[in-house]
Design a protein around this ligand. Sequence first.
Ligand SMILES: NC(=O)c1ccc[n+]([C@@H]2O[C@H](COP(=O)([O-])OP(=O)(O)OC[C@H]3O[C@@H](n4cnc5c(N)ncnc54)[C@H](O)[C@@H]3O)[C@@H](O)[C@H]2O)c1
Length: 421
Amino acid sequence: MRDGSAVKNLALAPEGHRKIDWAARHSPVLNAVRDKYLKDGTFEGLGVGVSLPIEAKTAYLAVVLAEAGAEVAVAAPLPFVVQDDVAAALVERGVTVYASSENPPEEADRELERVLDAALDGREAVLIDDRAALVRLAHTTRRGLLPRIRGASEETTSGVAKLRAMAREGRLEFPCLAANDARCKHLFDNRYGTGQSSLEAIMHNTNLMLGGKRVVVLGYGWCGKGIARYAAGLGARVTVCEVDPVRGLEAYADGFDVLPALDAAGIGEIFITATGNRDVLTNEHFERMRDGAILANAGGVDVEIEVEGLRELAPEVREVRRNVEEFVMPDGRKLHLVGRGMVVNLTAGDGHPVEIMDLTFAIQALCAHHLANNHTSMKPRVHLLPKEIDDEVARTKLEAVGMGVDSLSSEQKEFLASWRE
Ligand SMILES: NC(=O)c1ccc[n+]([C@@H]2O[C@H](COP(=O)([O-])OP(=O)(O)OC[C@H]3O[C@@H](n4cnc5c(N)ncnc54)[C@H](O)[C@@H]3O)[C@@H](O)[C@H]2O)c1
């Protein structure tokens, strides 16, 4: 076992290797980025601390970075997003792993601290973070490591918001890249990835069909748009709930009903939150829901559905299918929660499709590379990935699928830049 790693069972590695190999085979963009940029020595002896769900695609990112010479250490932000076979295979491929599906959730911070300690063990490091967990710990319980952290790249909308809050208060002590805000990330990962994989997880775990069902999507950002679009494609009747009137209007123009959540509560059959906000579905909503309603959260925070309130309201809970809990309300209605109210496509599914994560992780690898090489000239705030890198990722993907785009001629560039013509 890689020194110091702590996983559930190394004997599970063969299945993990098969999963990682499948992800590698379907990752043409990350493979192209590896061949073109990552082998330039940037990562030789550099630490990379990673906090991401432990499954095949994230594992392949870690493997690519390790093969480029980095000392990679990984843990998951939550034990529910750990596939033990993949964790075992990662150890065999030279990555330090602190992750087991059996670890209690309260251990998560401890494992992430171990990632920081391992990645920065006598060396400098960059971080690839999820919901700003590693960055938060580096600035609180591991402050001694701060001078050796070159920067962090953030995967999620929620994490980027937290980093911006830290920067606003002058608390951020190294540069961060908002990988989430790269166009090749959120336009595809948040929209198509979350759209497909959240519905897949709900359908797989409930074994119910979407056609004809009233699906209520709460939040019409990139994730909500994807979920609504895929649900409609599968024949669902979609209602959207928003707090932003422009986004609500956009949902209406896209062909969906738009209602306040309390009104939608009484008509929905499946509710999916994707806001990144707290208390989006609470007791007030549960009390209005129909018998048999299904609830799931696709957003990045675990408090979108007030699960604690649901447990208090309906103390009788049983698991009716794997990953589906049934809450019996005092009046006899039964509400069903998929994936414990945590991010459903990861806690109760396989995460995004491989091709989506190929784009996301090509971005993440290039963010880590950019931070490693440019950190000294970057201020300690949240930066966007340079547009050329985004363009390069998109162009590589188009090439991989046998498509391409045109380039502007110098006359066209001049025409677009001029106000005289
Ligand atoms: N499941 C996944 O794999 C996955 C993938 C990407 C992002 N995420 C997470 O999903 C969440 C949403 O991401 P996004 O990129 O769509 O963000 P976004 O900012 O584009 O959209 C969020 C939307 O929710 C709306 N909203 C906020 N509070 C609301 C409330 N109380 N009721 C109704 N609407 C409300 C906002 O107005 C906004 O339109 C984030 O937490 C993000 O980290 C999850």
